[in-house]
Design a binder for this molecule. Structure first.
Ligand code: KIV
Ligand code: NA
Length: 265
């Protein structure tokens, strides 16, 4: 399969083809989602919540992202792989952002990095873009700022719609290759999608975005709870529990391993 590259994202928007993105944190899921034809894989800092059991994304380190991103980029043959820059690795300014992004690009093989924030992140987006590192922006509900935002809440209602639209224009002008819109009212996301030339990738941002992203454990139904914006497209958690239970039953009952799983002398 031909690798999805940065110009294909723009071309997809121009042709009106919806882009698909899922998170992935390891080689196992990266291979499965790549084979399913998912266009973009995000090594999100949601790895903190989903894989490491942290309460928030804030403790996630660049080391943790690098290890996961290397596994995902190594396993994906077609997908465009994006790695999150975690909290504390880019906010200080363009130099810090560049140091972090260069490390990710050198050590992992991903095609782009994602950073949160609009106007405040414009200098970082400019510096990375100038250095040849494609940047995906992230607006609306930005989990790294959850303490300031007061938890997961819709952003851009009423007067605040203008601010998000301005941010979307600002990150586009700074050179972002795509923008994630998280928990933004559908009409606001639709208008941004019309106004900016780069693809908008929505999560809880309605049907008019150029693409959609979900955290894979929500998409696959791994836990008993999923956020309202995340449809469960499978019940993989139940399937895994059932498989583990069947394994245990057969071991305890003596049915596994059978002769075909054993070796002759
Ligand atoms: O870390 C993540 O999973 C994300 C998506 C929700 C866009 O940033
Ligand atoms: Na993230």
């Amino acid at each position: 399969p031909r690798r999805v590259r940065v110009h294909h994202l723009q071309a997809a928007k121009e042709r009106g083809e919806r882009l698909t993105m899922l998170t992935a944190y390891d080689a196992v899921t990266a291979r499965l989602f790549d084979e399913a034809g998912i266009d973009m894989l995000l090594v999100g800092d949601s790895i903190g919540n989903t894989m490491h059991g942290y309460a928030t994304t804030l403790p996630v380190t660049l080391d943790e992202i690098v290890v996961a991103a290397r596994a995902v980029a190594g396993a994906a043959r077609r997908a465009f792989v994006v790695a999150d820059l975690p909290f504390g690795t880019y906010e200080a300014g363009p130099e810090q952002a560049l140091a972090s992004a260069v490390r990710v690009m050198k050590e992992t093989g991903v095609s782009a990095v994602k950073i949160e924030g609009g106007q405040r992140s414009v200098p970082q987006i400019r510096a990375l873009t100038a250095a040849g590192v494609p940047v995906v922006a992230h607006l609306g509900y930005t989990p790294q700022s959850e303490n300031a935002l007061g938890g997961p809440r819709v952003q851009g209602r009423g007067q605040a719609a203008e601010q998000i639209s301005d941010d979307a224009v600002a990150v586009t002008e700074a050179g972002a290759v795509a923008v994630v819109l998280e928990m933004v009212p559908a009409p606001v996301a639709a208008r941004i999608t019309e106004v900016v030339r780069i693809p908008t990738i929505g999560i809880g941002a309605g049907a008019e975005c150029d693409g959609q992203v979900l955290v894979w454990v929500d998409m696959a139904g791994m836990g008993d709870w999923s956020p309202r914006f995340a449809k469960r497209f499978g019940e993989v958690g139940q399937a895994l529990t059932a498989a583990a239970r069947a394994f245990a039953d057969e071991v305890r009952g003596g049915a596994f391993p059978a002769a075909e799983h054993s070796f002759d002398a």
